[in-house]
Design a protein around this ligand. Sequence first.
Ligand code: PGA
Ligand code: ZN
Length: 424
Amino acid sequence: LIEAVNAREILDSRGNPTVEVEVLLDDGIVQRAAVPSGASTGAFEAYELRDGDKSRYSGKGVLKAVAAVVDELGPAIEGVEASEQRIIDEILIETDGTDNKSRTGANAILGVSLAVAKAAADSADLPLFRYLGGPNAHLLPVPLFNVINGGEHADNGIDFQEFFLAPIGAETYGESLRWGTEVYHVLKGELKSAGYNTGLGDEGGFAPDLPSNREGLDFLIRAIEKAGFTPGQDIAVGLDVAATEFYKDGVYTVEGKEWSVDTLVDYFADLVANFPIVTIEDALAEDDWDGWKKLTDAIGSKVQLVGDDLFVTNPKRLQQGIDLGVANSLLVKVNQIGTLSETLDAISLATRSGYTSMLSHRSGETEDTTIADLAVAVNAGQIKTGAPARSERVAKYNQLLRIEEDLGDAAVFAGRSAFPRFKG
Ligand code: PGA
Ligand code: ZN
C-alpha cells in the first residue's frame, strides 16, 4: 500500500528545475522518479506547470507542481495498492480535473505515476521492465543515436533538429551500442578535420554550422564508412526534422528559402532515394494534416514516418492519424501525455493499427532511466535517447545493457526487424 508521497525540485540536464517524486510503501520500499522536459514542445502536449515567479530560475521553478504532489496528488492515492497502476493514474487524472492536466501539472502527475510503478516493481522484487511487461518482455530496442544536433537544440544554422545513426545490423544491443559509439567518435574527427566546431548540443550530438541539412547526412555516411561499417547494411540513418519549428502560415522556411509542402515532400522522397534512411520524424508540422497525408502517400511504404508533435503520445490524436492514414509510427514521450497508463494505451493502439513505436527521451533529461525499461517492457524495438555521450543520455543506454545481461539467452535484439518498411 502507498503510505506516503513526497516531491522536490531538482535540476535537469539543461540546468532547469524539474519535479522528482518519491513514493513510500507500507513494506518500507522507497522509489523515486524524475520528470523530463522538452524544448521543441508540441502545442498539444499535456501541460507542464512552471511557477512563473521571475525571482527564481527566471520563472521556471516547479514549486507549484511539487506542492500539488505533496498536498493533493499524494494524499489522493495514499492507502491504494501500488500495483493498481490504472486505478492510481485514473485518480491522478480526476484529482487534476482538467483535459490537459494543467491544474496540478502534467509534470507533477507523471512524477507520481512513474514513481508508483517503480515502487510496485521493487515491492514485487522484479526489475521494472519485467514488472511492466510480464514474461514476454524480451526485445532489446535499436538505439537511434542523435549525433548531429540542430534546430532548437543547438546554436547552429541547421534547420533539422536530429540526425540519427541506427545500428540495425548488429547482433546484440551491446554490439549496437559499441558500433554507434565508434561512429560517433569518428564523426567528431571528420567534422574537426573539415574545420567545423565539435561542441555539443542539448542531446550530446555535435552542433556544427553545416551549410545544409543534406551535408549532415553526408557526414554520417562518411563516418559510418570510415569506422569500417556498411551504410544501410550495418548502420542506417534517420532524421527528426521537427518541422513545426520552421512552419508558419502554410510555409516551411528551410535553408533560408520558403518551401511549399509539395516541394518538401519531393525533397524527402529524394533523400529517401539517395540515403539509407530508416526513419523520419515530424517531417511536417503538427497541424498540417493535409501535408502529412501527401507525405505518407508518397513515401510511407518505404520509410518509417514518425509523429511526435503530431501525435504527442495522445491516443486521441493518434486515432485521428490512423483514421486519416497519416504517418506510420508513434513517438512515445511519457511527459507528453502525463501518466504511464495513457502512455501504454497509446502504444497498444499504435501496435494494433500497424504503427511502430519509438520510445523517446526529452531534450531536457535527468538520470532517471524509466524509458529504457519501458522500451523493453512493450517490446517496442526502438528507442532514441540522444548521442552515446552525456550522462543523462548514456544512463538510459547503460540501463539497456543491464537489462540485456539480465535477460541473458532470452534477450533478442530487434535489429532490422524494427523497421519493416525499410528496404535499403
Ligand atoms: P524536445 O525534442 O524534447 O525538445 O521536444 C525531442 C524531439 O523533438 O523529439
Ligand atoms: Zn521530435
